[in-house]
Design a protein around this ligand. Structure first.
Ligand code: ADP
Length: 185
């Protein structure tokens, strides 16, 4: 499913994000940036060891040894991935950060898109952030994701944004949310 927003494209698809050839893919990382399960593990396995090395450098140099805060994003190379770059963002754990969780999830999409724009990327692919181990309800997450992407595309002349959903069920939830998306004109 595809829709045009202000000259850019927003596309939903099913698939494995590690196989997508784009300027950037987004990793639903954890604050340590040291890899983990789910999409994070899949991205690190497919990218190879150098990705972990660069993540360590980012922790030391950009984050002064601290964890990447929830809702924020950093960028690395893509190494063995077909994508040129990986943007690592940390989604909120459902019901762990109280009333801020919706804004924090929107921040993941917004900061990732802005980082992609800073490096002049014109294509980016997102997984469904926070809806795996972090247990964010997927219908609410889909609404926040699509509204945030739409708001960004209304302001920036970007190119192509993809949501790569790992199951048909997830795809259908995002497709229903996209049909209801009142931010798109
Ligand atoms: P979080 O900790 O942010 O919830 P997870 O990795 O547990 O992150 O899950 C986020 C979403 O990514 C889930 O919907 C999961 O099914 C999906 N996912 C897992 N592996 C992949 C993959 N290779 N490509 C795309 N999506 C994936």
């Amino acid at each position: 499913m595809k829709t045009e927003i202000n000259g850019s494209t927003l596309e939903l698809m099913t698939g494995d994000i590690t196989k997508v050839k784009t300027d950037a893919i987004v990793n639903a990382a954890n604050g340590t940036l040291m890899g983990g399960g789910g999409v994070d593990g899949a991205i690190h396995r497919a990218a190879g060891k150098k990705l972990l090395e660069e993540c360590k450098q980012v922790r030391e140099k950009q984050l002064n040894g601290e964890k990447l805060p929830t809702g924020k994003a950093v960028i690395t190379g893509g190494y063995h991935l077909p994508a040129k770059h990986v943007i690592h963002t940390v989604g909120p754990v459902w019901n762990e950060c109280d009333e801020d969780q919706e804004e924090l999830l929107a921040g993941c999409y917004d900061h990732s898109l802005k980082l992609a724009a800073e490096i002049n990327a014109s294509s980016i692919a997102f997984p469904s952030i926070s809806t795996g181990v972090y247990s964010f309800p997927i219908d609410l997450a889909a609404k926040i994701a699509l509204q945030t992407i739409t708001d960004f595309l209304m302001t920036y002349d970007f190119g192509r944004v993809m949501m790569v959903l790992f199951s048909q069920k997830d795809y259908e939830i995002y497709a229903a949310a996209l049909k209801r998306n009142d931010r798109a004109i």
